[in-house]
Write a protein of this length. Structure first.
Length: 161
C-alpha cells in the first residue's frame, strides 16, 4: 500500500487522502536510509583473513560478558561463556541470521574493526581486534537499554518467541 493511503478510515468520519509530494519525498528518504558500514564510518580497507584467539584487552572498558573472540579465516566467533555468535568478515553488511548483521574493515593501524548490529534492537556493538597483541575491545556506541553488562548477555538480545 502506498504511503499516505489507509485501507479504511481509522475513525468514523475520517476520509482517505491522496498521496502528496511530501508523502513521496518521505518514501524516497526512507528508502535511502542505511546504517553506515565500518568502512563508511571509519574508512580503511577489506577485512582480510585472520586466524587467532583474542582476549579482552587488560584494563579496557570493554563489554564485560564477551569473554573471547576466535577469528577463523573470514569469520569471527564472539564468545560469551557457553554462548557464541558467528559472523562473517565482510565490508558490506552481512546478515548472520534474523538477529545479527556484521560489517568489518581493516584499519590503517593494522587492527580489525567489526560492527555487530542487533537487528531486533536499536543497538550496535563495535569490536576492535588487535592482531599484534591478540586482544579485543568491544564497545557500545550507545548504552543498551538493558544497562550494558548488568548480568544480561549479548546473545540473549533477541525478541521473545
Amino acid at each position: 500500500m502506498p504511503i499516505g493511503q489507509v485501507e479504511a478510515p481509522l475513525f468514523e468520519g475520517d476520509v482517505e487522502l491522496a498521496p502528496t509530494a511530501d508523502d513521496d519525498a518521505l518514501a524516497d528518504r526512507l528508502a535511502k536510509l542505511a546504517l553506515p558500514t565500518v568502512a563508511e564510518r571509519v574508512g580503511s580497507g577489506a577485512p582480510g583473513v585472520l586466524t587467532a584467539t583474542f582476549v579482552r584487552a587488560p584494563g579496557s572498558r570493554s563489554h564485560p560478558t564477551v569473554t573471547a573472540i576466535d577469528a577463523t579465516g573470514d569469520r569471527i566467533i564472539i564468545r560469551e561463556g557457553d554462548h557464541s555468535i558467528e559472523v562473517r568478515l565482510t565490508q558490506e553488511w552481512t546478515v548472520t541470521d534474523e538477529y545479527f548483521a556484521s560489517s568489518a574493515s581493516l584499519l590503517d593501524n593494522g587492527r580489525l574493526a567489526v560492527d555487530l548490529a542487533l537487528l531486533a534492537t536499536p543497538h550496535r556493538l563495535e569490536i576492535e581486534l588487535d592482531p599484534s597483541t591478540n586482544t579485543f575491545v568491544a564497545r557500545w556506541p550507545t548504552v543498551p537499554l538493558f544497562g550494558a553488562g548488568l548480568g544480561r548477555r549479548l546473545t540473549s538480545m533477541r525478541p521473545p518467541d
